[in-house]
Design a protein around this ligand. Structure first.
Ligand SMILES: NC(=O)c1ccc[n+]([C@@H]2O[C@H](COP(=O)([O-])OP(=O)(O)OC[C@H]3O[C@@H](n4cnc5c(N)ncnc54)[C@H](OP(=O)(O)O)[C@@H]3O)[C@@H](O)[C@H]2O)c1
Length: 295
């Protein structure tokens, strides 16, 4: 029996990925808030990423479920996007930062020692982390200001910054001696602009209403000159997420970032900030302090 632990399996591209991950001989443990129908073939354990206590409880429940057998794949795919950055998590952090980054950072750290040797960790990031792709991508990282914004700001900026945090966390994890010694691979996956998912749920009513018309228009106008603006499907993004998780799609040696561009998997450099080791280490340290773990 192999074990896959996943967040974000209940909707969007993750729901398509999980259809390929839940196979005979594999137990998929999905962390979810509940409410909707549980993904077929999965065991669902309660998890609200907007609460660090819930993350700790989930990690504990996963450990007792796998009972020392080793987690083969950890897929950290859940994500949320809001119109503004004025929501707060149960622990008082800005919610986009808390859900997309801090909760997944804590989960990865709590489950790392329960990973099987040669296992895989996949974090879903986004090319919005890169200001050379999207103008609102972060040009600097102020972790304190992301966690506690000093003034009300844009939800899209908070989202893009949280996705930079996912990429930096993937780079930090892959640099750990424990990860290298045990042959665990770490991947930051950008599914690219993907239509038809629930990601815009937290956006304003106007943006939600316009998206089905605007997204294809953006794809048609910009997709040829800027392939990153090609609008992909959740089916294709889920398929590639599953391939990366199962190890049937493999990154070139030494690479961490895999990006779906125009329906094809590519391995570009992430943004300049994402490649900065000082920024990477700063995020690791400050996140550790926020969740009460040693750096
Ligand atoms: N769509 C795009 O264009 C795009 C582009 C680049 C990257 N991404 C990334 O792809 C990933 C999947 O997004 P998607 O587009 O498939 O969006 P989606 O349809 O909204 O799916 C998001 C998933 O995250 C879960 N989630 C959100 N908040 C949660 C919380 N507090 N606790 C537990 N689970 C929570 C949702 O669970 P519920 O069912 O409970 O809501 C759902 O399963 C995200 O990381 C997103 O940032 C998406």
């Amino acid at each position: 029996m192999s074990f896959i632990v996943m967040t974000g399996a209940t909707a969007g591209l993750g729901a398509h990925a999980v259809q390929r991950l839940a196979r005979p001989g594999t137990q998929v443990i999905a962390g979810a808030r509940g409410g909707g129908a549980p993904p077929a073939g999965c065991q669902v354990l309660p998890l609200d990423l907007a609460s660090l206590e819930s993350v700790r409880g989930f990690a504990c429940a996963v450990r007792s479920q796998v009972d020392g057998a080793g987690i083969d794949v950890l897929v950290l795919n859940a994500g949320a996007q809001f119109s503004r950055d004025d929501r707060r998590s149960a622990d008082g952090f800005e919610t986009t930062f808390a859900v997309n980054h801090l909760a997944h950072y804590l989960l990865a750290r709590l489950l790392l020692s329960a990973m099987a040797d040669t296992g895989r960790i996949v974090l879903t990031t986004s090319d919005t982390h890169d200001p050379s792709v999207i103008p609102f991508g972060p040009k600097r990282l102020d972790v304190g200001a992301l966690a506690h914004p000093p003034r009300r700001g844009s939800g899209l900026r908070a989202y893009a910054a949280s996705k930079l945090c996912n990429l930096l966390t993937a780079r930090s994890l892959s640099a750990l001696d424990e990860v290298k010694d045990r042959g665990i691979s770490v991947i930051a996956f950008n599914p690219g602009l993907t239509g038809g998912t629930g990601l815009l749920r937290g956006q304003t009513r106007v943006r939600r209403a316009l998206a089905p018309a605007v997204l294809p228009l953006v794809g048609a106008l910009l997709g040829r000159s800027h392939p990153q603006f090609h609008v992909g499907t959740p089916e294709r993004a889920g398929e590639i997420l599953a391939e990366l998780a199962l190890g049937t799609a493999v990154l070139p040696p030494g690479r961490v970032y895999a990006s779906l561009v125009n329906a094809e998997l590519t391995f570009p450099d992430p943004s300049e900030l994402a490649r900065d080791d000082a920024v990477r280490d700063l995020l690791w340290r400050e996140s550790a302090a926020m969740v009460g773990l040693p750096a």
